[in-house]
Write a protein that binds this ligand. Structure first.
Ligand code: S3P
Length: 435
């Protein structure tokens, strides 16, 4: 998909107030789409992600033989290939989506045929060695282009492995589990930090045999382990909610309610961080759907303003997608925000450490950049500026939030990138930002 570069002017707000329901979680939508397309039967998903990344996954799975039907707004029906894909004639275009490329490589490595996976300029710069290593250990044949996409896979039967991920990554873990699903025996993935566990939960929901311990997950794969279709409602995306939760935390007198939100404990660390900063966060109506926790979150800002916090160690990995917006509100806290052990931010859709620092400085803030993080001192006031989003959705949205409390207007360049995960972002921001 190619969309023309777009600029958005964000005016300061007086307050953030209202209630929202958000489109389906991007991570869960990718997994439901891949597993539904791979299973036997017809799966139905409502509140499916509206982001372009999940559309990339759906298009790839269609090219591999699954049938996808849009039944109404945000609801889809997928007829799966019952465990055997049709080799695609053309390269599979993963667009901007690292999740699509890394997870699908695991799904395809044990299949018969040759598959080529390509991506846009940003995805073609991102590291792919991290999937080649474990897949080759399983006997897969994978060719990269200097460690990057395009990825070419010559599918063949694999052998199980017991693998410890060197860098915590749910995408790499999922890649291995999807290969293990189709490999006779027990494939084990060990990780020092428990990364998001949507794959484990979704694989179980579709009928796979998954065992879990404190620091490992294992899948028993092979013939006779066909997945069956499911019906599911995708919980609202907490990484999209993060922009609104952080915005609400900035305005004493604010009030924001988000219902049907995904609150999987491996994804919800932001709520603890906002609480540590002094915000009042409550969770209501918790329920479980296919292993995923879903509930309503209510946030109000503290009258005395936000305090300070530090994100490091395992927390940095669990909060990785929320760090840009946390850093972007850092100047408005009293004691600042310190981020460490987040080197992975440099190899996301952009170098998010460099871009956060650059854009905070453009708005007049002082910030110190480290190889693996940032120090954003508190007690600063920002002014409107031209923001370079680097075509990165999370940078565009994070600085739209910072702009709400800046002096003057802020111009977000490359604002169309928000549609990668959250096409409705600007419209919803206008709904809850009082001016
Ligand atoms: C994701 C995992 C994370 C995250 C990405 C989505 C997933 O990436 O940053 O937005 O859905 O598994 P890594 O697994 O590379 O850390």
């Amino acid at each position: 998909m190619h969309t023309a570069a777009e600029e958005r002017l964000i005016r300061p707000a007086r307050n953030v107030f209202g209630s929202l329901r958000l489109p389906g979680d991007k991570s869960i939508s990718h997994r439901y789409a891949m597993l539904g397309a791979f299973a036997e039967g017809v799966s139905r998903f409502s509140n499916f992600s509206t982001g372009a990344d999940c559309a990339s996954t759906l298009a790839c799975m269609q090219a591999l033989g699954a049938k996808v039907n849009k039944t109404n707004e945000n609801a889809i029906e997928i007829t799966g290939v019952a465990g055997r894909v049709t080799p695609a004639l053309a390269p599979l275009d993963c667009g901007n989506s690292g999740s699509t490329m890394r997870m699908m490589s695991g799904l395809l490595a044990p299949q018969e045929g040759r598959f080529t996976l390509t991506g846009d300029a940003s995805l073609s710069r991102r590291p792919m060695e991290r999937i080649r290593k474990p897949l080759e250990a399983m006997g897969a044949r994978l060719t990269l282009t200097e460690g990057h996409a395009p990825v070419t896979i010559d599918g063949a039967p694999l052998r199980p492995i017991d693998y410890t991920t060197p860098v915590p990554s749910a995408q790499v873990k999922t890649c291995i589990l999807l290969a293990g699903l189709q490999t006779p025996g027990v494939t084990t993935v060990r990780e020092a930090v428990r990364t998001r566990d949507h794959s484990e939960l979704a694989l179980r929901a579709f009928g796979a045999r998954v065992q879990r311990g404190v620091e490992f997950v294992a899948i028993t794969g092979g013939e006779g382990r066909a997945l069956h279709a499911i019906d599911a409602v995708v919980p609202g995306d907490i990484s999209s909610a993060a922009f609104f939760l952080c915005a609400a935390a900035l305005f004493p007198g604010s009030g924001l309610v988000i219902d049907s939100l995904g609150l999987n404990p491996t994804r919800a660390a932001l709520l603890d961080v906002l609480t540590a900063l002094g915000a009042n966060v409550s969770v209501l109506n918790l329920e479980e759907q296919h292993g995923e926790l879903v509930g309503t979150v209510q946030v109000t800002a503290p009258a005395e303003g936000l305090g300070s916090t530090q994100v490091s160690g395992g927390l940095a990995a669990q909060l990785i997608d929320e760090l840009p917006v946390l850093a972007a509100i850092g100047p408005y806290t009293s004691g600042g925000i310190r981020i460490r052990d987040a080197r992975e931010l440099r190899v996301k859709e952009s170098d998010r450490i460099a871009l956060v620092a650059k854009n905070l400085r453009a708005m007049g803030a002082e910030v110190a950049e480290f190889e693996d993080g940032l120090d954003v001192p508190g007690g600063q006031s920002l002014h409107g500026a031209a923001i370079d989003s680097g075509s990165d959705h999370r940078i565009a949205m994070a600085f739209s939030v910072a702009a709400l409390r800046a002096e003057g207007e802020t111009l977000i360049q490359g604002a169309e990138s928000a549609a990668i995960s959250f096409p409705e972002f600007f419209q919803l921001l206008d709904m809850v930002a009082e001016r």
